[in-house]
Design a protein around this ligand. Structure first.
Ligand code: SAH
Length: 194
């Protein structure tokens, strides 16, 4: 049904607008950094993954090639999936806003870096990755397509599993005790649980 395509389209467009806005800001406000800059390989992997996810999104939206993966799902559940997605995009925006100039599309520490432990960063250390887990749920329910669900979940999981141990190492190096204390009182991905 066309409405679910509109749902997915709206979510993906919202995500890209938020991302592009902050990427543009990063481009203009970016000052000297210290420490590790993400190796080229990681940057390429990220780009490749985003590209693959975009291609399959287009396939679901505009062709019937993925129709073999459709499964039956009650309308109310698919609408709930969209609401979860809308909620997650609002968080996506808040996370970027909270990080402010500390946000970067690649792993790095700025010379003027500050440690953020408030807002979305109060309950988990990697809210952006927690947010991506909400996308997985949302996109799965909206598309009701197991092939789409499986590939997007695998893609996003690879995307965020890859860099975060190194990010924590960087933060420890820069913020030392302050970050260690933060790690002690704040979970990684799921508030109060993990
Ligand atoms: N993994 C994070 C965000 C990744 S954005 C999340 O899931 O929310 C990448 C940049 O954000 C990294 O270069 C890192 O330096 C910065 N960053 C991550 N957590 C931070 C924090 N608590 N305070 C300040 N900067 C942080």
């Amino acid at each position: 049904m066309i409405i679910y395509k509109i749902f997915l389209g709206v979510l993906v467009i919202a995500m890209n607008i938020i991302r592009m806005y902050y990427a543009k800001r990063y481009g203009t406000s970016h000052v000297a950094t210290e420490s590790e800059i993400a190796p080229k390989r990681e940057k390429r992997l990220t780009q490749l993954m985003f590209f693959a996810l975009a291609v399959q999104g287009m396939m679901w939206l505009f062709t019937g090639w993925l129709s073999f993966g459709q499964f039956a799902l009650h309308e109310s559940i698919r609408i709930a999936g969209f609401l979860i997605g809308a909620y997650s995009m609002w968080w996506f925006y808040r996370i970027h806003k909270t990080l402010g100039d500390n946000w970067s599309p690649v792993l790095e520490i700025r010379t003027e870096h500050t440690l953020i432990t408030c807002g979305p960063y109060k309950r988990v250390r990697h809210p952006m990755y927690s947010d991506m887990m909400l996308w997985m749920v949302s996109f799965t329910l909206v598309t009701a397509n197991w092939f789409y669900a499986l590939t997007i979940s695998a893609g996003l999981t690879i995307l965020f599993q890859h860099p975060y141990p190194r990010q924590e190492k960087l933060m420890l190096k820069r913020f030392g005790e302050q970050y260690r204390a933060y790690m002690k009182q704040t979970k990684r991905l799921i508030p109060y649980i993990f």
